[in-house]
Design a protein around this ligand. Structure first.
Ligand SMILES: [Fe+2]
Length: 300
């Protein structure tokens, strides 16, 4: 099922395309010289979009196409241009090919290359079939300037929890061994450390020891980035920056023992990766939900 997501050869980071919203640009990106090795990379993470085939599809009261639109408008205004967009799972909620095709059409309008990996709500084979060969890469690793960007599939069939099987761990080891002097950012869907929310942490990566055993052998790893938790999370482990991020639709209440929504609004994470391995990052959120949020929900 997932092989088509995994066997693509690594590609490289394509040059940025012109800003699709020049009139809205508040902050120009850094000047682009001829040597991308010396440039700071600007990445935009969009995660947990939970799109539907139905344009009117709603999750907990929110039209997820509408909240994604608002997040993209904010990104275009405040953090553009970018070198690459990172899509870290739960792209589509109803496992529909139409949902992925809509996402690709929407992202083509941005004009920036994208990389994707699946989450527990995705259908990896449908996702790969819909996205493969288009603007949204499903390659498991790529070179972007001086950096290695690695995209792992942590999904388990019929489970909301996460696991990295031997294939994924070998892929990680191979990608890191190939470029030992290049700083690396690892992306996956499930959190590899507890975020302090009991219900969410029962759906975390179930073999973090195996994952961190690989990470710890490669000191060039500078950051680990995930989705799934629908909230901002930042910590450090042995000097590696750990980052969880808000969804582009509904947010989960941090440190809650049981499922609970947060009134915080949807958003994105921005990252600036320096050639020396430093990561600057932050989260931006839209001003308000477009529709009332169903805070009484007990699940999704
Ligand atoms: Fe999600």
């Amino acid at each position: 099922m997932r092989s088509s997501l995994l066997i693509r050869q690594a590609d490289s980071c394509a040059p940025r395309r012109p800003n699709p919203h020049p009139g809205q640009l508040r902050r120009p990106g850094p000047p682009r010289g001829g040597n991308q090795e010396r440039a700071t990379l600007r990445l935009l993470q969009l995660t947990d979009m939970h799109l539907y085939a139905d344009p009117n599809g709603r999750l907990l009261g929110q039209n997820t196409r509408r909240t994604l639109d608002l997040v993209l408008e904010l990104a275009a205004e405040s953090f553009w241009p970018v070198d690459r967009v990172l899509l870290t799972g739960d792209l589509v909620h109803d496992e529909s090919r139409e949902g992925y095709e809509y996402l690709e059409r929407r992202l083509v309008e941005l004009g920036a290359p994208c990389s994707s990996l699946p989450g527990n709500h995705d259908a990896p084979a449908i996702m790969a079939g819909a996205l493969d060969g288009g603007l949204i890469s499903v390659a498991p690793s790529l070179r972007c300037g001086r950096w290695s960007l690695i995209f792992l599939n942590s999904t388990l069939a019929e489970s909301d929890g996460g696991h990295l099987d031997g294939f994924q761990l070998n892929l990680l080891e191979t990608a890191l061994s190939a470029h030992p002097r290049s700083p690396a950012l690892i992306c996956l869907h499930h959190q590899p450390v507890p975020v302090g929310s009991n219900w969410l942490d029962t759906m975390a990566l179930d073999n973090p020891e195996a994952f961190f055993a690989v990470v710890d052998r490669h000191p060039q790893v500078r950051g680990i980035l995930w989705g799934h938790v629908h909230q901002e999370y930042t910590a450090r482990r042995k000097g590696v920056l750990l980052m969880g991020s808000p969804s582009t639709c509904v947010q989960f209440l941090p440190t809650s023992n049981a499922f609970a929504l947060d009134a915080l609004t949807p958003g994105f994470r921005w990252l600036e990766l320096s050639p020396d391995g430093h990561i600057a990052t932050g989260v931006q959120r839209i001003a308000a939900y477009p529709d009332p949020l169903d805070l009484s929900s007990v699940g999704y």
